[in-house]
Design a protein around this ligand. Sequence first.
Ligand code: SF4
Length: 111
Amino acid sequence: MRGPSADRHAPGPLTKDKLHTRRQFAALEAGQHPLSLRLPEPVALHPEAAPVDDPAAGGRRCGTCRFRRLAGRGASGPKCAHEAMPVPRGATTDCRAWWPACIHHEPKEGQ
Ligand code: SF4
């Protein structure tokens, strides 16, 4: 599972992607799920969510949630399919497996 440090402290110029990553971390540190940036209202982290800065720690993550699904052909990556998370298409709404879970997290079968 890819951890947050590589994204957060990537060297080089401050690109649009890096700015977006920094905003996602700011949301996480404020107790909000990163997809909140693309929703009308912020969505809180789950009370049992994994910690932000330790990818090896236990706790709920998007990667163990039944709503994280591979999108259709041509999509950039896995998306959140929960009805309360109607995010638009595009790479900025890809749902990263290591992200601490939001309040809507439901474990996948066997998790
Ligand atoms: S519903 Fe599940 S996959 Fe979607 S953001 Fe919340 S924890 Fe992640």
